[in-house]
Design a protein around this ligand. Structure first.
Ligand code: SF4
Ligand code: SF4
Length: 440
């Protein structure tokens, strides 16, 4: 293992922009191109933009370390052209180096790995594959910041999040991992509306509905969009599978808009959500036949929340079909033709501005600037599973005194996972699937 990758492993770094894939596994590879993903595309989230504005030196260092680890000869920072102030900063920093900046339009989902790799390099990731299959490694800018810190022995103990929507003081801030969300809500002044509020955790498009605000923040958290519970986005997240099926099978007129706007379809992949909608009217083999058209869905939600004129939920139909096919172990063979992007790919991109309006989020879209006031939770509850793989094994017991950065959970022997570190100074008060530390 390259010494940089060993430091990444010790620091417990996981992909900050997605499911939390352990970074020491991703970077233990060889690739020709390293792509830094700064193409934040979820409406109302400003975390990556603020990180790039404030920590550009560290991100540049992270790019160089990551490129060295994988042996990349080319490095590209993907960033939206609208962030011109940040681009100027990086142009200054990259002067005299071979680092490239790839300016992207302001559309959704610009930050999707498949989209970013294609736009920045012209290469298409093979079916079921990863960027590394075509010589690329993609890393979110927060992960690269963490890699820069790991070089000095600093582990991951904090995460950057945006708080936006019906919150009194929208902001982006750095938070100790394990902080309960309600402490953050109080820090931001509470909600700006009277009545019940829900959160879309991770963003309005791909995030999940959260109404329990006692839950702790994890390494993969990127932001919280708070909305009244009667907002259309909250209501739609609450629809059950049986409601989706019943309404979908009777109201879908097969207009194909969901397919025509699907970013994976436009890249040339075999995915046709309007055909997946046909599966809702069947059981058995017919259900499976139409369901196979969902296999390359990335669950971006554009079909359900933007394209469908009937407000149906082809994304949920795709999720259902993918799950059924996996459960039944039905083989899927992608079409044999070479992958080629659709001729309309460039012209059917959905602008974030139009998307924000369509989602009913325009009244809640506040520039959530970084707040550098120190935030100190009274206690944290740090999950031992914040990543893809096995939970970390607890290395502390109730009553132990810990300091920020101490190893409190380690990767079990022979498993995929990530180390976990204390995020505040204090005393361990509880150990189960989470480690609770009370501040001293
Ligand atoms: S969620 Fe819809 S638009 Fe997105 S990839 Fe899946 S089918 Fe395509
Ligand atoms: S856009 Fe809506 S109505 Fe049209 S085919 Fe897709 S799910 Fe059916």
């Amino acid at each position: 293992m390259h010494p940089i990758v060993e430091k990444i492993k010790q620091a417990g770094i996981v992909g900050a922009g997605g499911a939390g894939f352990p970074a020491h596994i991703k970077f233990n590879a060889k690739a020709e191109i390293l792509i830094a993903n700064g193409a934040e595309c979820e409406p109302l989230l400003y975390k990556d933009k603020e990180l790039m504005r404030l920590f550009s030196n560290e991100i540049k260092k992270g790019i160089e370390l990551a490129a060295e680890a994988v042996g990349a000869s080319r490095t590209i920072l993907g960033i939206k052209a609208k962030n011109s102030e940040v681009i100027s900063q990086f142009n200054g920093l990259f002067g005299g180096t071979s680092h490239e900046i790839f300016e992207m339009g302001d559309y959704y989902p610009a930050g999707d790995e498949y989209v970013l790799v294609y736009e920045a390099t012209g290469r298409l990731i093979p079916y079921g594959g990863y960027p590394v299959n075509i010589g690329c490694v993609v890393s979110n800018v927060e992960t690269l910041l963490n890699i820069a810190l790991s070089d000095s022995g600093v582990p991951v103990t904090e995460t950057f999040v945006t708080l936006n929507g019906v919150i009194k003081n929208p902001m982006t801030l750095k938070v100790p991992i394990g902080t309960p969300l309600n402490e953050l809500i109080n820090f931001a002044g509470g909600f700006s509306v009277i009545g019940n509020v829900a959160s879309l955790s991770g963003g309005a498009m791909m995030g999940s509905l959260q109404t329990d605000f006692t839950r702790p923040l994890m390494k993969t958290c990127s932001g919280f969009i708070f909305l009244p519970t009667d907002h259309n986005l909250v209501r739609r997240r609450g629809e059950s599978l049986s409601e989706m099926k019943k309404i979908g099978q009777s109201a879908c007129d097969q207009c194909t808009y969901c397919t025509e706007f699907c970013p994976r379809y436009l890249l040339g992949y075999h995915i046709e959500p309007h055909k997946v909608m046909r599966s809702l009217g069947f059981a058995g083999e017919q259900d499976d036949f139409w369901g196979l058209h969902a296999m390359n869905c990335c669950e971006c939600n554009l079909c359900s929340l933007y394209a469908c004129p009937e407000d149906l939920d082809p994304k949920q139909a795709c999720v259902r079909s993918k799950r059924n096919i996996k459960l039944k172990d039905i083989p899927y063979t992608p079409p044999p033709e070479d992958l080629t992007a659709h001729p309309m790919q460039e012209h059917r991109k959905v602008s974030t501005h139009k998307l924000t309006r369509k989602l009913g989020l325009a009244p809640y879209n506040f520039e959530a600037y970084f707040n550098d006031a120190s935030f100190a939770p009274s206690q944290v509850s740090i999950p031992l599973l914040q990543h893809v793989g096995s939970p970390a094994e607890a290395k502390v017991s109730v009553g132990d005194s810990v300091s920020v950065g101490d190893l409190i959970g380690s990767i079990p022997d022979g498993s995929m996972g990530a180390n976990i570190h204390a995020s505040i100074n204090g005393t361990v008060t509880h150990v189960d699937e989470n480690i609770t530390i009370k501040a001293r």
